[in-house]
Design a binder for this molecule. Structure first.
Ligand SMILES: [Zn+2]
Length: 431
């Protein structure tokens, strides 16, 4: 039964294109998407007319950057004038973590377009013909819906883990690993971290469960370099790769060098902008703006995802010409401390310099003292030897005046996507 006669597809030539060629190709795609949106999506044509871009043509990136940026609220408010233009037969709802969920539509052409970057990401993560992959259920994300197609076209076989990736399902996930014996696994980082914790408490034999696994592709949390290595080591797998994306069309994958995920620039055009919508230089953080390059399904042109992101400064040494970008988090996974926006990722980087603190859940606490420049961080467990300087280190690295750490002792917090809580949620009244 487990035989797949598909011929694995070859690496895409576009990955190796010189930058100038890719840029002129982008310009053609952007002009195509803009023409499609203008002709088919009343919301965009009306909005652009209002902004003085009525019949504007895209002859340069500067022209494109004159198009107004839109937010999720704009699309929700626009209702039919945005949504009805999507003619896809498959719908996906966003999680709605930052408000009302938005339903996005996929059509067959778009699904086809998005299988390609998934195949590329899996190839980078070491997928080879005849391997078996244990995949997340496709309800997770529209990118997850492409995973089975990618595996089959790469000449592999796949099985799905059916069930939510919550603490209650760890045992059934492990049983599935034993029965499928996959070489390749896609899952969420919080679920892996929760399993590692259970393993450390003697509740799961991870080494045995993951014995056949060569690569794990993890989504859902921006991984710090140390956290990624920690996961690979504790699970006893060859390597862990970060995969990221947004429902609106951004798609990114780690290459084998793990030096920041590459943007699949053949399916999406990404920008990082400041509060006024002006582009920020590589290396600097701003808001992630997505344009989906497929003129199909739900149309996203200069859509502000709300994510905090930065482009890498240099090209990657792996030889792929696609730019690299890190998505650090969403506004709900960060706190404003005085004038600075601090993400949970930034705090983790500082905390994890102390090896004894690796693998402990770290949460930012949103409270009133943040306005006066105090960052409050909750860390599981007791202060360990060697962790004396952690407050000073965080102050220096994050540029905040004061850091207050709440050591949670035996209190365990579920690994999740949010990473910022109100102190009252864990019984802490602070400020
Ligand atoms: Zn690379």
């Amino acid at each position: 039964m487990r035989e797949n006669s598909q011929t694995p597809e070859r690496p895409d030539e576009i990955e190796r294109w010189p930058r100038a060629r890719l840029e002129s190709w982008h310009l053609e795609r952007l002009a195509e998407v803009v023409a499609h949106a203008r002709a088919n999506v009343p919301f965009y044509s009306a909005r652009w007319l209002q902004a003085g871009f009525g019949e504007g043509q895209i002859e340069s990136l500067r022209d494109f950057e004159r198009i107004p940026i839109v937010s999720k609220q704009d699309l929700i408010k626009a209702r039919e004038s945005w949504a009805n233009s999507a003619d896809g037969p498959v719908g996906f709802s966003t999680r709605g973590t930052s408000g009302e969920p938005l339903v996005l539509w996929l059509d067959a052409a778009e699904e086809e377009i998005y299988i390609r970057p998934t195949m590329r990401g899996f190839r980078w993560a070491g997928f080879r013909p005849a391997m078996t992959a244990l995949l997340m259920s496709p309800v997770w994300h529209r990118l997850a819906a492409c995973e089975a197609h990618a595996v089959v076209r790469l000449g592999g076989n796949c099985a799905f883990f059916w069930g939510s990736l919550g603490a209650d399902n760890m045992d059934s996930f492990v049983r599935t690993l034993f029965s499928v014996r996959p070489e390749f696994v896609t899952t969420t980082a919080p679920f892996l971290l929760a399993m590692v914790r259970r393993g450390a408490q003697g509740g799961l034999d991870l080494a045995e469960a993951f014995r056949s696994v060569e690569s794990v592709v993890a989504v859902g949390l921006p991984l710090t370099p140390r956290m990624r290595e920690f996961l690979a080591e504790r699970l006893g797998v060859g390597d862990v790769f970060e995969r990221a994306g947004t429902q609106e069309g951004a798609a990114l994958d780690d290459c084998r060098l793990h030096a920041m995920p590459h943007v699949h620039e053949d399916v999406c055009y990404l920008e990082v902008v400041d509060a006024n919508g002006a582009p920020v230089a590589p290396g600097r953080r701003g808001r992630l703006v997505v344009t989906k390059l497929a003129p199909a399904g739900s149309v996203f042109v200069r859509y502000d995802t709300g994510d905090i992101a930065a482009f890498a400064v240099d090209p990657c040494k792996c030889g792929c010409g696609f730019r690299r970008l890190k998505i650090y988090g969403r506004p709900e996974s960060s706190v404003m401390v005085g004038e600075r926006m601090i993400t949970a990722y930034d705090v983790r980087i500082g905390v994890e310099r102390d090896s004894a603190l690796l693998g402990r859940n770290v949460l930012l606490i949103r409270d009133r003292s943040a306005a006066s420049g105090v960052l409050t961080v909750a860390i599981e467990g007791e202060r360990s030897d060697g962790a004396e300087g952690v407050e000073e280190r965080l102050c220096a690295e994050l540029g905040v005046e004061r850091v207050k750490i709440l050591w949670l002792g035996g209190l365990r917090i579920n690994w999740g996507f949010r990473q910022v809580i109100d102190g009252r949620e864990i019984g802490i009244s602070n400020g």
